[in-house]
Write a protein that binds this ligand. Structure first.
Ligand code: HT7
Ligand code: ZN
Length: 876
């Protein structure tokens, strides 16, 4: 595939006024008639042809103003339709007929079938697999959709907008018509037809309009959609209150399907979801599942304004809708749950997913300037770093001004296809601040490293901070400019109170934010009566790596006393990481690991502190992960040594005072019927964290087996099963529990995914054979993306010792799987392949094996553009 450059952006020569679609649905021969009304744009070349996009299409008919078009006036290929000799200014109508095969569509892009249901996925470039079309986000039009289908197998016929009407259509068929008054790009088109159950509710908007809410699921699963409905209503209310965004159609629908490439899709008025992010009940869903459903229902709903009403001019602007909408869903969840705990979870995710991407061969700016395959740019950089950049704007301009900037954004750009520059200008206008330097966050890839040292002069009462920022080179960007980095801070005194300086020099400080803008800055704080402990980057105000050599006692002081809970968690992490890194080095060298008592005692003190919310204590007890340690080591990584070192530290903490953990498992039982609220979930998280330590301290599977037997909800059941499988893989109790779990949930695909994932993450060299064995299980299928991700994806992404086996067998296995998946579902294959994105940071024997596996993919001949793009960037 060729490379697309932002610099080549041009508007279309033709303006699309209206779209009228008629679908005659058939499993293998669906007829699509598209009536498109265009006119030539003022000022456009009067001789320019109309060029429409296609993908694997065959043209079955073409009319110009209702009359068959002479073949000399057009050229049709599977991927384009070019029409010449079109009017210079007056509107004209083109009617295109295509015949497509939904049953054969295994890519899950365009119109496909999942469990007998017709369903579409058009973002980013799926609409062109349905009909020839100007398939780009800056072409907005009003759509009418007519659907004709067999009445018995498809009683339900859905599309975007409001329902116009329906009727019988002879021969056991019926039809329905939908009209969406809001101009939209083709990527937001959706059609669903089939036989599904429904959960219905209503919502009265802030201006008093009643909106019908419908969630469609497979028959019999309706009760499991109740939580999603509740989350939807809370999202709708929150968007009104937080951003003044009111829903704008008579009906809002969500359809849950079991075959889907991503989490969900925000099609106008008709969201389509991976059923994993809709279905939940206590018996089958974990607290994490509930939190994910809440977040993703909110995310897709919030797109109605940030994405749909204001869309993207081109796909380079993807972060305009995704970064902003992730920020909005993060704020929603923070308001619904514990803000600090939510922030810790976000930062954990950002560091474990986005930081490695930014540090490896797939690094790219939040707003890229070129791509080969747009599907590969739905990345954690565009989404999560994009959200962090939005958060920093809010930090810079302040909460109220941020809201004013958002109001201005909607005022200026409603109905538009906008750019990042348009977005940033709204906050410049609202705040009067120049955001030119700040905008580098959109354009420079790589995680900035901020190195800090501090000195306190007791005689003068002056604290001096020396700060330096460096931004590492990334593909295509060798040299970087200094960025505007907003650092929230506090100066913590011995008694836990905060020093208030009489003057600050060397940096702009607004409220509790220090603005680092130069490469190097020396900042002095005067009027500080005693030596403070500096708490920097509170709330993770900037997505950076911070190197600040603070004494363990100072970190422990922050961990125990900071007013910012996030900073307390960060300090614990900073206390733990050097220990874990040293442990990994010792394990690699074959020398004994000597864990630090201060770390263990601080962890235990926080674990036992009943004044702290349980969810926070659970986060505190979760030591940095093996991949966190690998990131800290940065190069020459040996996953076996990392694990061995971490296990030694874990065992040391576990054995230090097991009574603390035993007390937690007793004290934090949740009584009464299961409730998925954040407080109850926090108690379960704390108990289950304690269970893992206790099981290690006791060295037997008995306690986890007991917890498995006693569990009355999926959170506790899967946690106990995880402890058994990961800590005691060979115990008979583990085999029994795994089999009991399988038998109990054999007919529930989403729970079976958990069964596969738990086994895919059992550490050690035996994991690969286990995964291969599981692929032979009657429950396994390559045809369902969730199942493939649960087994193959989880093994590659989340089992560092199993996947990175020293003999390279894990990489060879993954290469084989990628080549098997690619012809059917290139998006899925490309995404799983990114599990190898940090291969250059491995020690040389493993890196060599990884390189060979990547080469075997690259040399395999016919690759999709998705996989070819990823493998080539990884090899560059
Ligand atoms: N905007 C949606 C992205 C998405 C997607 C992209 C490519 C291929 C399939 C896809 N399914 C969904 C989801 C979102 O971010 O809200
Ligand atoms: Zn999104």
């Amino acid at each position: 595939g060729r490379i697309i450059h932002l610099a080549d952006y041009r508007r279309t020569d033709f303006v699309l006024e209206r779209v009228d679609l008629t679908f005659e649905l058939d499993p293998t021969e669906t007829r699509v008639e598209a009536r498109l009304i265009f006119h030539r744009r003022e000022g456009a070349d009067p001789a320019a042809p109309l060029v429409l996009d296609g993908d694997e299409l065959t043209l079955a008919g073409l009319l110009f103003d209702q009359v068959e078009m002479e073949p000399s006036r057009y050229d049709a290929t599977p991927d384009s339709l070019t029409i010449r000799d079109l009017p210079a200014s007056e509107p004209f109508e083109i009617t295109i007929t295509t015949v497509i095969n939904p049953e054969a569509n295994t890519q899950l892009m365009g119109l496909y079938r999942t469990n007998g249901v017709y369903c579409t996925q058009c973002e980013a470039e799926g609409f062109r697999r349905i009909t020839y079309f100007p398939d780009r986000p800056d072409v907005l039009a009003v759509y009418t959709v007519n659907i004709i289908a067999d009445k018995a197998s498809c009683p339900l016929l859905l599309s975007n907008g409001n329902f116009l009407g329906g009727a019988g259509y002879g021969e056991g068929k019926h039809f329905a018509a939908w009209f969406d008054p809001h101009p939209k790009p083709s990527y937001l088109f959706a059609l669903v037809a089939g036989d599904l159950g429904v959960v219905e509710d209503t919502f009265v908007t802030m201006s008093g309009r009643e909106v019908a809410l419908r969630i469609y699921v497979e028959h019999g699963k309706e009760p499991r959609a109740a939580y999603a409905m509740d989350a939807l209503k809370r999202s709708m209310r929150w968007d009104e209150e937080a951003f003044g965004c009111e829903y704008d159609l008579d009906i809002f629908m969500v359809v849950a399907v079991s075959d889907f490439n991503m989490g969900a899709m925000e099609n106008k008025g008709l969201n389509v979801f991976n059923d994993k992010y809709v279905l939940a009940d206590p018996e089958t869903a974990t607290d994490q599942d509930y939190a994910n459903i809440e977040a993703i229902i909110a995310h897709e709903y919030f797109h109605n304004w940030t994405g749909n009403r204001v869309t993207c001019r081109d796909w380079f602007q993807l972060c305009l809708k995704e970064g902003l909408t992730v920020y909005r869903d993060h704020e929603f969840s923070a308001d619904q749950r514990s803000r600090a705990v939510k922030r810790i979870a976000e930062v954990r995710h950002l560091k474990s997913e986005q930081f490695p991407e930014d540090a490896g061969p797939l690094a790219h700016p939040v707003r890229p300037v070129k791509y080969r395959e747009i599907n590969n740019f739905y990345t954690t950089t565009v989404y999560e770093k994009g959200s962090e950049v939005t958060r920093m704007i809010a930090t810079l301009v302040g909460r109220e001004t941020f809201r004013k900037g958002m109001d201005l954004y909607f005022e200026r750009h409603d109905g538009d296809a906008a750019t990042i520059e348009d977005f940033v200008k709204c906050f410049e206008a609202a705040s009067g601040r120049d955001l030119t330097q700040f905008s580098l966050w959109y354009h420079q890839a790589g995680t900035p490293l901020v190195t800090v040292s501090s000195a306190y002069d007791a005689g003068k009462g002056v604290l001096t901070l020396s700060l330096e920022q460096t931004i590492p080179p990334t593909p295509g960007q060798a040299v970087k400019e200094p960025m505007h980095i907003p650092l929230r801070f506090g100066l913590l005194l011995a008694d836990g109170s905060e020093a208030v300086p009489s003057a600050v020099e060397g940096a702009e400080v607004t409220g509790d934010v220090l603005h680092l803008t130069a490469r190097r800055q020396t900042v002095t704080f005067s009027g500080i009566a005693s030596r403070p402990v500096v708490s920097l980057n509170r709330g993770f105000s900037a997505p950076i790596n911070l190197h600040f050599e603070q004494a363990p006692a100072d970190l422990a002081h922050i961990a125990r006393n900071d007013s910012d809970l996030f900073a307390r968690w960060q300090a614990l992490t900073d206390l733990a990481l050097p220990n874990l890194v040293a442990a990994a080095r010792n394990a690699r060298a074959g020398t004994p690991v000597e864990p630090d008592a201060m770390l263990a005692d601080t962890l235990l003190a926080i674990a036992a502190d009943e004044t702290l919310e349980p969810a926070f204590r659970a986060q505190a007890l979760a030591l940095p992960s093996e991949s966190d340690i690998a990131r800290e080591l940065a190069s020459n990584n040996d996953p076996d040594a990392i694990r061995a070192g971490r296990e030694a530290v874990f065992a040391f903490v576990a054995g230090r005072d097991p009574a603390v953990f035993a007390a937690l498992t007793e004290r934090h039982r949740t009584e009464g019927p299961f409730a998925p609220d954040a407080a109850s979930a926090g108690r379960r998280a704390l108990r289950n964290a304690a269970l893992a330590y206790l099981a290690v301290a006791e060295g037997t599977p008995a306690r986890a087996a007991g917890a498995f037997a006693a569990a009355d909800n999926m959170t506790d059941l899967s946690a106990a099963l995880g402890v058994l499988a990961h800590r005691f893989p060979d115990a008979p109790e583990t085999a029994e529990a795994l089999e009991a779990f399988r038998a109990r949930f054999a007919d529930n695909a989403l729970v079976l995914d958990k069964w596969f994932s738990i086994q895919a993450t059992i550490p050690g060299a035996g994991a690969l054979d286990r995964v291969k064995r599981l692929m032979g299980s009657p429950h396994f299928t390559m045809a369902n993306p969730n199942r493939v991700r649960a087994l193959v994806g989880t093994f590659a992404f989340a089992n560092p010792t199993g996947f990175n086996r020293a003999d390279g067998a894990g990489y060879r296995f993954l290469a084989e799987q990628i080549l098997a998946i690619d012809p059917k579902n290139p998006q899925l294959a490309a995404r799983i392949l990114t599990a190898m994105r940090s291969w250059r940071a491995l020690e040389e024997v493993r890196a060599d094996h990884a390189l060979n596996a990547l080469r075997s993919i690259s040399n395999a001949g016919k690759l999709s553009s998705d996989v070819a793009d990823i493998v080539e960037r990884m090899l560059k």
